[in-house]
Design a protein around this ligand. Structure first.
Ligand code: MTE
Length: 328
């Protein structure tokens, strides 16, 4: 049974102003741009056991069905999922998040939900962890860099969260923001930092409400390792991995399409939709194939990339009549 959660109204004074988010815009092209696929697939060892310790979660296991919630493909071992990461707040090397994300404090944690909703509010992590029935989802995750994984996530549908705040009729998009805490995030202090922090992502409202769109709080049966986006992140399995924003602190419903981090940085390379699409190449590499982790130079584990990452049956309808080469 679902327990009810309390959503107290928030005072406008609690909402951090836009200016507080403004940070330097150092667009040092190349240094930290998404890596070309050639370098993908070489895992680095976990730096410290501290950053991977998770608490066991109670959840309903995933099973086969037409909903796409489960795949029986071999799951990427936990060690690879937790050591080969993209979390630029901690650096651009795939091993940086596992090395440094232990510095990020995730307790206390809260998420502000505002914008076009009847009941804006703030959710504390405890409310989130006790307010939703957790379920397992075994999803493919396809990075725009052409590597992929199969991960058993634990979480709940984003739609369940959004509905509690009563979206108004003008809510057409959702914007997400990651925690931005410079002192705990060496990647945001680096001179090679290319992102205008905080990391931002967005979805169209119907994408956000789709049952496949998950708020993940764990993987492999335990709470998320920091490097994978603790304490809660998005997982949108039919889109390139950069849409699956980590360590979320703010969710805003909007009338206009929000600016997102990668699209702002390189609009010709990374679109707002970012649906996995083997027919539309990235300007610097092909998207026809991917390397499924674990992947090494000698055993690349290369396989064809599927339209919508194999979730076409569930999501193709969302894009009926749209030119997906134009809206990439
Ligand atoms: N979220 C934030 N805040 N910062 C990031 O750099 N990287 C994205 C996404 N979410 C990123 C992020 C990219 S490019 C990918 S592929 C996935 O996280 C990777 O998730 P994983 O490291 O858990 O596999």
């Amino acid at each position: 049974m679902r327990r009810r959660i309390r959503i107290p109204p928030i005072a406008s004074s609690e909402i951090t102003s836009e200016t507080a988010y403004l940070s330097r815009r150092t667009f040092i092209r190349g240094a930290g741009m998404m890596a070309a696929p050639l370098v993908a697939g070489v895992s680095s060892p976990l730096a410290s056991s501290e950053s991977v310790a998770g608490a066991p979660l109670q959840y309903a296991p995933a099973g086969p069905g037409a909903n796409g919630f489960y795949t029986d493909e071999p799951q990427t071992p936990f060690e690879d999922v937790a050591s080969y990461c993209n979390f630029y707040e901690f650096g651009t090397d795939k091993g940086d998040p596992a090395r440094y994300a232990g510095q990020m404090s995730t307790d206390p944690w809260s998420v502000e939900v505002g914008g076009a909703v009847a009941r804006p509010g703030k959710l504390n992590l405890e409310d989130i962890m006790s307010g939703y029935d957790l379920e397992e989802r075994v999803y493919r995750l396809r990075c725009v860099e052409a590597w992929s994984m199969v991960v058993p996530w634990i979480g709940f549908p984003l739609g369940d969260l959004l509905r509690r705040f009563e979206p108004t009729s003008s809510a057409r998009y959702v914007e997400f923001r990651t925690l931005y805490r410079r002192e705990e995030m060496p990647g945001t202090r680096s001179f090679t930092s290319i992102i205008d922090w905080p990391y931002r992502e967005g979805l169209r409202m119907d994408e956000a409400m789709h049952p496949l769109t998950l708020v993940a709080v764990g993987l492999y049966g335990k709470t998320l390792p920091n490097q994978n986006g603790a304490p809660l992140r998005l997982v949108v399995p039919w889109k390139y991995g950069f849409k699956s924003i980590k360590s979320i602190v703010s969710i805003r419903l909007l009338e206009q399409q929000p600016a997102t981090s990668w699209q702002s940085l390189a609009p010709r390379e990374y679109g707002f939709y970012a649906n996995v699409n083997p027919q539309v190449d990235h300007p610097r590499w092909s998207q026809k194939y991917e390397r499924r982790l674990p992947s090494t130079l000698f055993r690349p584990n290369r396989m064809p990339t599927l339209m919508f990452n194999g979730y076409g049956e569930q999501v193709a309808d969302l894009y009926k009549g749209m030119d997906l080469a134009r809206f990439y």
